[in-house]
Design a binder for this molecule. Structure first.
Ligand SMILES: Nc1ncnc2c1ncn2[C@@H]1O[C@H](COP(=O)(O)OP(=O)(O)OP(=O)(O)O)[C@@H](O)[C@H]1O
Ligand SMILES: [Mg+2]
Length: 424
C-alpha cells in the first residue's frame, strides 16, 4: 500500500518538475512580447496550451480597489475572450473576497460552483486563484478552474499557478515600465521638436524686424538709382539695358525677402472675428486666379454644407491659403488639379474642429526634406524666387489660432496634401 502511494508521489513530483521546466521556457517566451496587451493574451493562451491549465482568466485591481476589471480569459467552450471592460465587485465573488481579505498568495477550493462568463452556474468543480504582485503590491489575480477538462486541480497545480502568476507579475511590471518610458520618450521628443521650432521662429522674428528695416531704405535708394540710370544711359546699348534690368530684378527679389521678413515679424498679434471659412477660401482663390489660369490648374471644391463659422484673423488666414495655394501651383507647372475639401469632426476625446484638406497633383515632396520644409528660409525654389518663408508663416499663423497644419505626400496619386485644423 505504502509502496503504491510512494510511487504515485514520485510520479507527481516528476510531473511537477517537468511543469517547472515548462514554466521557465514559457516565462522566457513571455518576456519577449512587445506590449502589455499581448503579454496578457499570451499568458492565458500559453497557460492553457503549454503549462496545462484549464479555463483561465486574468483580472486586474481597478482604480477603485473594491473592484477588479477583466483582461483576457478562456470561456466555457474553450475560446479566448477579450474581457477588458468587464468589472466585478470583489465583495460579490467569494474566492476574491477570501484571497483579498487574507492577502494570500493563492487559494484552492474544491467542489465549488463554477460559472460561465455571464455568471450562470455551470455545475461544480475545483477553482484556484493566485495573486499577481508588482513588488509589494497585489495588482490582480489569475484564476483557473477545471470546467472544460474536469481534471482535479491539485495542491501542486495551485503552487504552479502561484509561480506562474509571480512570473507574469514580474514581466508585466517590466513591460509596463517599458511602455511608460517609451511614451515619455516620444512626448519628450515632440516637446523638444516644438521648442526647437519655437526658438527658431523667435530668433528669426527678432532678426527679421531689425534687418528688414535696415535693408529696406538702401534697397529703395538702389531702385531709384536704377530707374534714373535706365532713363539716362544709352537706350540703344543692349548690354547696358540688360545689366540694368538684371540689377532691377535682383533688387526686387531682395525687396520680396524683406517684405516676407517684415510680415513674419508682425505675426505675433491676431485680430479675430467670427468668419465663414468657405468665404475666406474663395477670396484667397481670387487672389491667385491669375496664376491658376496661367498654369492651367483646375480647382475642385468640396465644402460640405452648413460649415460652422470660426474665430479667425481673416487677413492672416488669407495669407495662409495664398501661401499654400502658391506652393501647390508651383508644384504643377504643367497643369493639374487643386482640390480643396472641408469637413467637421466631433471626436469624443478632443475638441470639435473643422478640417481643410488642400491637395495638388504636383511633384510631391521628397521624403528626405519633409522634416525641413517648415524651417524658415528652407526652399528648393531659390533659383525661381522662393524665399522659404511661406510655410514658416503658415505654421506661425495656424499656431496662433491654436490650430494644426500637417503636410504629407498623397497616398492615392502623386502630389501633396496639406491638412489644416481649426478649432470650432
Ligand atoms: N505643394 C507642394 N508640393 C511640392 N513641394 C512643396 C509644396 N509645398 C511646399 N513644398 C516644398 O517645401 C519648400 C518650402 O516651402 P515654403 O512655402 O516654405 O517656401 P517656398 O515656397 O520655397 O518659398 P516662399 O517663401 O516663396 O513660399 C518648397 O521649396 C518646396 O520644396
Ligand atoms: Mg511657398
Amino acid at each position: 500500500m505504502n509502496f503504491i502511494k510512494r510511487n504515485g508521489e514520485d510520479r507527481e513530483h516528476r510531473h511537477f518538475e517537468q511543469k517547472l521546466r515548462t514554466l521557465i521556457e514559457v516565462g522566457n517566451e513571455l518576456s519577449r512580447v512587445d506590449s502589455v496587451d499581448t503579454l496578457c493574451r499570451r499568458v492565458v493562451e500559453l497557460g492553457r496550451t503549454r503549462v496545462g491549465f484549464d479555463r483561465m482568466s486574468i483580472w486586474f485591481i481597478d482604480k477603485d480597489p473594491d473592484f477588479i476589471t477583466g483582461s483576457f480569459g478562456i470561456d466555457e467552450i474553450g475560446q479566448l475572450r477579450y474581457e477588458i471592460g468587464e468589472r466585478v465587485a470583489i465583495a460579490d465573488d467569494p474566492a476574491m473576497r477570501q484571497i483579498h481579505a487574507d492577502r494570500a498568495h493563492s487559494l484552492l477550493r474544491v467542489n465549488v460552483p463554477l460559472r460561465d462568463h455571464k455568471g450562470r452556474a455551470m455545475g461544480h468543480g475545483s477553482h484556484a486563484l493566485a495573486a499577481i504582485w508588482n513588488g509589494q503590491k497585489i495588482i490582480g489575480y489569475i484564476s483557473t478552474d477545471n470546467l472544460l477538462k474536469k481534471k482535479p486541480i491539485t495542491e501542486h497545480d495551485r503552487e504552479l499557478l502561484e509561480l506562474y502568476a509571480s512570473t507574469f507579475g514580474h514581466i508585466y511590471s517590466l513591460k509596463l515600465t517599458e511602455e511608460e518610458l517609451q511614451t515619455a520618450y516620444t512626448k519628450l521628443k515632440d516637446i523638444q521638436y516644438q521648442l526647437i521650432q519655437a526658438a527658431k521662429m523667435e530668433v528669426v522674428g527678432e532678426l527679421a524686424s531689425g534687418v528688414a528695416h535696415e535693408v529696406k531704405n538702401p534697397l529703395g535708394i538702389i531702385l531709384g538709382g536704377i530707374d534714373y540710370l535706365t532713363q539716362r544711359l544709352a537706350k540703344d546699348d543692349k548690354n547696358v539695358q540688360l545689366a540694368l534690368q538684371r540689377m532691377n530684378d535682383a533688387v526686387l527679389r531682395a525687396d520680396d525677402i524683406v517684405k516676407g521678413l517684415l510680415d513674419f515679424s508682425k505675426l505675433s498679434k491676431l485680430d479675430t472675428t467670427l468668419k465663414n471659412l468657405p468665404e475666406v477660401i474663395g477670396e484667397s482663390l481670387a487672389l491667385v486666379k491669375h496664376q491658376l489660369d496661367r498654369y492651367h490648374i483646375e480647382v475642385a471644391k468640396d465644402f460640405g454644407s452648413n460649415m460652422p463659422n470660426v474665430m479667425i484673423d481673416r487677413n492672416k488666414i488669407q495669407q495662409v491659403f495664398v501661401n499654400l495655394f502658391m506652393n501647390a501651383i508651383y508644384s504643377m507647372p504643367n497643369g493639374g488639379q487643386l482640390k480643396i475639401k472641408m469637413y467637421t469632426k466631433y471626436p469624443k476625446d478632443a475638441p470639435p474642429a473643422i478640417f481643410v484638406d488642400i491637395e495638388d497633383t504636383g511633384t510631391g515632396i521628397p521624403e528626405d526634406i519633409l522634416d525641413k520644409i517648415f524651417d524658415p528660409f528652407f526652399t528648393t525654389r531659390r533659383d525661381v524666387g522662393g524665399t522659404g518663408l511661406g510655410l514658416s508663416i503658415v505654421r506661425t499663423i495656424i499656431n496662433l489660432h491654436e490650430g494644426k497644419v500637417e503636410i504629407a505626400n498623397r497616398k492615392d496619386c502623386r502630389g501633396t496634401k496639406v491638412t489644416l485644423m481649426f478649432k470650432i
